[in-house]
Write a protein that binds this ligand. Structure first.
Ligand code: G
Ligand code: G
Ligand code: MN
Ligand code: NA
Length: 253
């Protein structure tokens, strides 16, 4: 079957997989949150990359369906397992096209409600480019979601072209340092200084900082020294299926 047919069927038959990458809270050492990453089976025991699946959904008008599916699965999972596993929250990615759907905030809130999850258990991740492409529309949508208790994270932070001043005035609660920045902090004084100023600005603005893409102990040390609150990366855990996550978190608590 071609990949569009495969995606459609995977949504309908609920064989589209939802994987999770644990995120560590540095102060407590606990994995209290995780990022949700979609995985489309390729029919040969492997998966298409999430990037491919999402791009395909965008081109074929299925981004709304895909987004709803992922949010609903993630919401049901955290509602059922969150307490037992010590997961307080789950991060779900949102694409630019989803943000343009009419009444998207009501729509997302009703999916979360139906899943049984509390709004406070959900963080929605958006990239800088998404926000800036449609800032007028996005601002009111994000404000409505935040009013309802959903947190908004600005993904891939530190690689775009906007000024820090502009970025820190966007209606978000969390910033996620892009892995391209994380991976330079051990070798570049300038990038380390940039990370330190981002963390300082975040503190002043009462934002939470997550550093992505930590792969080594050295990176972990530098990132922790900068004062970020959460770390995500292969050094701790790779994205994993629901069953593996349950096992991983059970062993940690
Ligand atoms: O998991 P992977 O490294 O292949 O992810 C690649 C990209 O796909 C990342 O930028 C991630 O944000 C995005 N992505 C993963 N899952 C989803 C999803 O459910 N919805 C959207 N919109 N993007 C996703
Ligand atoms: O764009 P976004 O931040 O949503 O993408 C998250 C993607 O980054 C996931 O698909 C995940 O597989 C990948 N990822 C997570 N941790 C690491 C890491 O430590 N190193 C690398 N290279 N990729 C990572
Ligand atoms: Mn993300
Ligand atoms: Na990112």
């Amino acid at each position: 079957a071609d990949i569009i047919t495969r995606l459609e069927a995977a949504i309908k038959e609920e064989t589209l997989e939802v994987w999770y990458q644990p995120i560590m809270h540095l102060a407590t050492g606990s994995f209290s949150t995780a990022e949700v990453l979609v995985r489309l089976p390729d029919g040969n025991g492997g998966f298409f990359s999430a990037g491919q699946a999402v791009a395909l959904a965008e081109r074929s008008g299925m981004v709304d369906q895909l987004g709803n599916y992922v949010l609903s699965r993630a919401g049901r999972f955290i509602n059922a397992q969150g307490k037992a596993l010590g997961l307080k929250n789950i991060h779900v990615n949102l694409s630019v096209q989803q943000l343009l759907v009419e009444n998207i905030s009501d729509h997302l809130l009703s999916i979360i409600r139906a899943s049984g999850a509390d709004n406070g258990q959900i963080t929605l991740e958006l990239t800088e480019s998404v926000l800036i492409q449609s800032i007028e529309h996005a601002s009111s949508t994000l404000e409505a979601l935040r009013q309802a208790g959903i947190q908004i994270a600005l993904d891939d932070f530190g690689v775009g072209y906007s000024s820090l001043n502009y970025l820190f005035n966007l209606p978000v609660d969390v910033i996620k340092i892009d892995r391209s920045l994380t991976q330079q902090i051990c070798t570049s004084h300038k990038q380390r200084a940039l990370l330190n100023s981002i963390v300082e600005m975040a503190e002043v603005n009462a934002l939470t900082v997550v550093a992505e893409g930590v792969e080594t102990l050295e990176e972990q040390r530098e990132v922790a020294a900068s004062g970020v609150q959460y770390i995500q990366g292969y050094y701790y855990a790779r994205p994993m299926c629901e069953e593996a996550l349950t096992k991983f978190l059970s062993q940690k608590t």
